[in-house]
Design a protein around this ligand. Structure first.
Ligand code: AMP
Length: 196
């Protein structure tokens, strides 16, 4: 099964992606994790992406699509996957469809974790507090969780990501989930909607 998981910062994409992938036996592909790893290990891609990630800005499309193409053509991707953090704009959604077309694949579902802006903000601030207690390295990796940067990421979600939902809705690929519930309840709702 081939899935994407969508939602604003703090919507719970990472939290839901892990158990869902384990349950379905598919690979979890998170663009933000890969970007953070690339930044930490100072690769060429990492250096290019760093300035954008640290400001909460979107990383330019040409950098990301190449990476997604590489990742989706690796052997473990044949069993299925869940993309997390990509696509993030209507343009990226279209670009992903072109790429899948090229690879002879088709997306099954776009799972949208719907939460309010207030929940996004409070969950991101909570995450920042817990990271603050952790090591200096992880603190450095989460520079993008500072309050004004969080606000910027939330605004970007409304401006750039919301329009993408229409793209999937029009194609009857959108599963909207109430993600203001507990992680277990969200997990249950996803399973129910995927199997109905
Ligand atoms: P996230 O933790 O998913 O909110 O991603 C953290 C940061 O990585 C974002 O604020 C962006 O700078 C960058 N990023 C991740 N995925 C994408 C994407 N699909 N397009 C552009 N930038 C991205």
């Amino acid at each position: 099964v081939k899935l994407v998981i969508l939602g604003g910062p703090g919507a719970g994409k990472g939290t839901q992606a892990q158990p869902l992938c384990r349950h379905l036996g598919i690979s979890e592909i998170s663009t933000s994790n890969i970007l953070r790893e690339a930044i930490a290990s100072n690769t060429e891609l990492g250096r290019q992406a760093k300035i954008y990630v640290e400001k909460g800005e979107l990383v330019p499309d040409p950098i990301l699509i190449e990476f997604v193409r590489n990742r989706l053509t690796q052997p473990d991707a044949t069993v299925g996957w869940l993309l997390e953090g990509y696509p993030r704009t209507a343009f990226q959604a279209e670009e992903l469809d072109f790429l899948l077309d090229d690879l002879g694949l088709e997306l099954d579902w776009a799972i949208y974790l719907q939460v309010t802006a207030a929940v996004m903000m409070s969950r991101c601030l909570g995450r920042q507090a817990s990271v603050g207690e952790a090591s200096a390295t992880s603190l450095k990796l989460r520079l993008d969780d500072q309050p004004q940067i969080i606000q910027r990421r939330i605004n970007l979600f409304y401006e750039r990501t919301m329009p993408m939902l229409e793209y999937y809705e029009y194609r009857q690929r959108l599963l909207t989930i109430n993600a203001d519930q507990s992680p277990q309840q969200v997990q249950q709702e996803i399973s129910q909607k995927l199997h109905s």
